[in-house]
Design a binder for this molecule. Structure first.
Ligand SMILES: [Zn+2]
Length: 302
């Protein structure tokens, strides 16, 4: 194992920790990044669990690099982005070595990931979400085949916005890159341990199938779903959901009530994010669902 510290020159400068296992010439080369959004700490925790695992288990083959805190200045204030420039790091890849603090850090992440065959970028989403992998698998079916090596329940089609590490890595460098979105903890800095376990085991399962680490893998691939669809409230009031994450809903099913009136699903799908009972206002998000990908046309941009 080798640990490097790379300085991101700024006033004041800050640092990236980089953990490496095996020889960089080996194949496959797999890089895991976390903390591009500083407050998404369940992802950072999974990256640190992987470092601990790899410190104690020799690689069978390949090369692994882990960058657990890609945006340390943002993590320090437990926010999505750094106060130096209020810039969302996951919209500016490949970054700029002569740019602002976040652009410089993004540039270093882009450089550190340039030789990877596979990039897994760990993020967190709403704390009322299921864990899911997120990929532009309509454009890159090989990424779908890769994600299928994880025993995680859901693969979701990304909107594919540019400037994200995984979209730029797929499109500009032909890498197999995707995100894992994990539900966040109950407060800033808190970890969702159940989701962390799902993600950690899912990544180990992929590494076993790739022959990078020893051990038997399970063949329990995720289902592939289209883009996330939201149900928002048309009125203000008390939202009381009547469905749970992972539940199948049919078109016209009541999914809960707002102010005592039923809210209906416009079409069938599976509940991915279910906002807990809350006082909400017109236009607020209530629930998100996904549909199996029979409607996603592979090879075409959506
Ligand atoms: Zn994120």
């Amino acid at each position: 194992m080798g640990k490097r510290i790379t300085e991101i020159k700024d006033e004041p400068s800050f640092f990236h920790e980089i953990y490496e296992y095996g020889s960089a010439e080996n194949s496959p080369s797999i890089t895991i990044t976390a903390g591009i959004h500083g407050d998404e700490v369940t992802g950072i925790y999974v990256a640190e669990k992987l470092i601990e695992y790899l410190d104690n288990h020799e690689l069978k083959k390949g090369f692994m690099k882990i960058m657990p805190r890609c945006n340390p200045a943002a993590m320090r204030r437990m926010k999505r982005w750094s106060s130096y420039d209020e810039t969302d790091m996951n919209r500016i890849f490949p970054g700029d070595v002569n740019g602002t603090a976040t652009m410089r850090a993004a540039h270093n992440v882009w450089e550190e990931t340039k030789d990877a065959h596979i990039i897994i970028d760990l993020h967190c989403c709403s704390n009322s979400s299921m864990a899911y992998a997120l990929a532009i698998y309509d454009e890159f079916p090989e990424v779908e085949n890769l994600v299928k090596k994880m025993n995680i329940e859901n693969l979701v089609q990304s909107e594919g916005a540019g400037g994200q590490l995984f979209t730029e890595a797929c499109r500009k460098r032909g890498q197999r890159a995707f995100i894992i979105e994990l539900p966040s903890g109950v407060r800033p800095g808190a970890i969702n341990f159940d989701a962390a376990d799902i993600c950690f085991e899912g990544i180990l399962n992929l590494l076993k199938q790739e022959g990078v680490i020893k051990g038997n893998y399970v063949d329990n691939p995720p289902k592939s779903y289209g883009k996330i669809k939201d149900i928002n409230s048309t009125a203000a009031g008390l939202w009381l959901p009547s469905v749970k994450n992972g539940q199948q809903i049919g078109a016209g099913d009541a999914v809960g009530t707002v102010g005592g009136s039923n809210v209906y699903a416009p079409e069938s799908g599976k509940v991915l994010i279910n906002v807990p009972g809350s006082y909400i206002f017109a236009g607020d998000h209530l629930l998100s669902y996904v549909q199996e990908n029979s409607t996603v046309c592979k090879g075409e941009k959506q």
